[in-house]
Design a protein around this ligand. Sequence first.
Ligand code: ATP
Ligand code: 3PG
Length: 482
Amino acid sequence: MAPYTPGDNGGHVDMKVGYSVDDGRDATELDERLPLLQYADLQDKVVLLRVDHNVVKKGKILDQYRVDVTLATMYNIVERGGRPIIMTHIGRPFDKKTKTISMKNDESVDSVVAYLQRKLRIKFAVPQFHAHGSEGIDDIDTSINWLIHDLRSRKIGGIYLPNTRWFAGEEDKGEKMERFVVQLAGLADVYVNDAFGSWQSHASTYHITKYLPSYLGLCMQDELMHVKEVLNPKKPFVAIVAGSKYDTKIGPLTAMYERVDKIILGGVMYNTYLCAKYGVKIAGVEDSDIELAKELVEKDKNDKKVLELPHIVETDTLEGRIEGKYRTIYTKDFKAGDSYKYVVDVDPSSFEVPEVLESLQGAKTIFVNAVMGLMPHFKHGTSKMDEVIDSNKTAQKFFGGGDTLQEFKSLHPGLYHAALDSAKYYLFTGGGTVLKVLEEGDPFKLENVKALMQNAETFGYKPTNGNGNGYATNGRHSPILR
Ligand SMILES: Nc1ncnc2c1ncn2[C@@H]1O[C@H](COP(=O)(O)OP(=O)(O)OP(=O)(O)O)[C@@H](O)[C@H]1O
Ligand SMILES: O=C(O)[C@H](O)COP(=O)(O)O
C-alpha cells in the first residue's frame, strides 16, 4: 500500500506530514472480478450487511472474535455515508428431520446487539416479526419501515435483524426463499457479504445477490487472502478435523485427505471412522454415516495418512464428566461386533503416541478445525492438542471455526491472545469454510463468492482502469487505499 500524503496518492515517501504505515494487507491479491466494498458507492444508501456473528451459546457470547473482525466493515460503511442493516444466523434452529424451526431466546441476536452497543456506543433497533408456530417467521412486515426511517434520519445507528434462520425462507429452496429474498432486498440499496464462516448458500448469503448490487466485505477479503496459504501449504502439512458437524464436513473431508500428508480426526467424525474401520458400534453414530466413512477407511489402507488417536474416552451419560461413569478405552482392544456407549473425547495421552507427536512436531503447516470433545465437560483432549501444536514453534498454524477458536480461547487464554498477534498463527472465522475451499481448490469457487462476481457482471460493474482492482464508482472513491 502506498503511503498517504496530503493531496497526493503516494510517491513522496520522504514527506512525513499525514504519513500512514503499511499494514501488510493488499486486496489487489484478490481475483480482479470481485466487487470489493471499497469501490461501492455508499453515500446515503441503506446497506444490508450479512455477517457471521454465530458466537452465541445458551444466550451468551463466549468469544467476540467473529464480531470484532467485522467492525472494520461496519465503520467503513458508516464512514462513507451508508446506513447499516445487519444480519447473522445463530446456531442451527432448523431441524432437518421434523422440518421445524425453533425460535429459542438463547439463539436470539440480543447478546450480540448488546455487545455491539457497548462497544460502539450507538443504538441498534431489533425489529420483531410475527412467527407461525414452528414454521418460523413468514414475512418481514412493513412495520420495519419506521425503523428504516429512523435509520436514515440517524436516530438509530443501525438495525439488527432477528436470527436469519428464524425466517422460513432462509434455508428454503422454493417459494418461501424467493419471498424472503425479495423482502430483504426491498429494505436496502446495497448488499455486503462479510460472513466468511457462512459458506452454505442460503437466502441471506447467496440468493440475495440476485436483487441488489453486492460487494465483498473487508473481513471476507482478509480471509480469502489467507486461505490461499492453506491451499498452498509448506510440507509436511498436517490437518486436524474434529467436532460435531458431520453432515456438512464429511464431503470436504475427502478432498482434504488428498491434500494433506497426515490427518487427525476427532469428535463425531472420528467415531464414525472408528466404527467403519473396526466394525464396532458407538452410541449416536448412524449406520448410513458409517457406510460413507468406509470409503475413507479403504483409501487409507494404501495411503496411510490418518493418524490414529488410540486412547479415547467413553461415557455412560452425556450429562457431564461424572466420576465412575466415564473411562479411557483403547482402539487396540476393539473387536468387530463390539458395542460402546458415547465416545466424547480423546484421552490426552493419545497426543504422546510417538507417531502422532512426531508428525505434529515435524509439520511445516498445521490446519486445525477441531474441538476434540463434547464441551464443556470433555475438554482434556482439546487442551492437550493445543499445547502440542504450540510446541512446534516453526510451523505455520491455522486455526479455523467458531467453536474451535472459542475453545482455544477458553482453554488457553494467554496462548490465544499471543496467537492473535503472532506471525506463526492465523485464526479463520470459519472452519467449515476452509474445508470447503480446500474441496473446491480455489477460494473464488465458493458459491457465495461466485455469486458476488456474477452480481458484478449482472449489475454492470466493470474494472475501471485496468489496474486490476477498480470498479466503476460513480465518481466516488474510497479513502481506504488498498
Ligand atoms: N464426540 C463428540 N460428540 C458430540 N459433540 C462433539 C464431540 N466432539 C466435539 N463435539 C462438539 O463439536 C462442537 C464443535 O464442532 P463444529 O464442527 O461446530 O466446529 P467449529 O469450530 O464451530 O467449526 P465451524 O466453524 O466449521 O462450525 C463443539 O460444540 C463440541 O462440543
Ligand atoms: O459456526 C460456523 O461454522 C458458521 O457460523 C456456519 O454455521 P453452519 O455450519 O451452521 O452453517
